[in-house]
Design a protein around this ligand. Sequence first.
Ligand SMILES: *Cc1c(COP(=O)(O)O)cnc(C)c1O
Length: 406
Amino acid sequence: MSDHSFEDAIVRRIRAMEARVAGVRQADMYFYNRAVTELRGGARVLVDGREMGMYASYSYLGLLGHPRIQAAAQAAVEQYGTGTHGVRTLAGSLKLHEELEETIAAFKGAEAAVTYSSGYVTNLTAISTLCGRGDYVISDKLNHASIVDGCLMSCAKFLRFEHNDMNSLEACLKEAQAGTARLVVADAVFSMDGDVINLPAVVELCRRYHAWLMIDEAHSVGVLGKTGRGIEEHFGMPGVVDVKMGTLSKTIPSVGGYVAGSKPLIDLLRHASRAYLFSAALPPAQAGAAKAAFEVILDEPWRIEKLNVNAQQFIRGLQQRGFETLQTETAIVPVICGSDESAYTMTRFAQRRDVFVLPVVSPAVAPGLARLRATVTAAHEAPEIEQAMDVILEARLERDRVMPGG
Ligand SMILES: *Cc1c(COP(=O)(O)O)cnc(C)c1O
């Protein structure tokens, strides 16, 4: 750290983080930022020279490394190079961006779509473009950090309802009747718990209280619905979500984010959202890969079926081994450990046996609900999932030995 003659709050923050990270490293409990050196099919990876089963990936359909998607990325580089000429509004727009946005709109059953350079930025810019002072944004308590940040950035009045609790949502909507507009925002699949938003009830409330509905489909595209189109398909309710947000960096093995919706809504975002106006366009390789990935999802529906079979095996298998997995219905399976230390200890034991899982601790989740946030994908095979669950069970038994009382 640079030498300061003064000690202010910034210096104290830097020192506090230094001390915390050093302590965790000393205890051999630091699992973050580890570099994968080789992708071995996606369900397996090489880390520090060791092959590990990957149970922390967001590549739900196993599309990372898919030959057709790789080829599309390479073709885009050949045609357009590695970058863009700047922001979309000025010189940065490519025919490929238009094709990608048309592909997304068709996939989501929407009139139009707009893309941004990350999902995080998409939430920030979309929410803060749609809402401002005098409005209300109403957010599920377990929504992703990018939604929270977008709500705060909008300067609208920010209300939070209890997780997936419709009475609590209705109370917020009543309070928000005073506002000039109301936007309700929720994850489709909650990123830490793997459960699904009660869309029919949310839609009914939004209609009754004249609120807009925005759903973040980061973990539901390619996961929910028979053809992987997400939350509306899952509930058989086409067109009920006004602002259909998603990322291009999870199931879609690229990077970026999008909003799909009505043409006038997308036109507004294209002309008023600051991340579109002031941040560079998606690079060609990423746009090409994303476009091909949506096509592959539709052409290879077996992946969605296999993901669901694998997720059911994983959820049931962990429950049979005595683990608490909350309300998950998807490939995101919270394996509740209790204290942060307990989650760290179980992670260490699992990783020593070459099962790559990661701990999620407070403040990302409530204290006492620290967990392994484990995921399976369509790239996993039944026997390896079984074996990974046995390792997770052994990790718990070892934790019980070193931390009696957990
Ligand atoms: C990952 C995630 C994002 C951010 O997407 P990126 O493309 O990684 O920036 C937004 N919302 C949810 C729910 C997420 O899980």
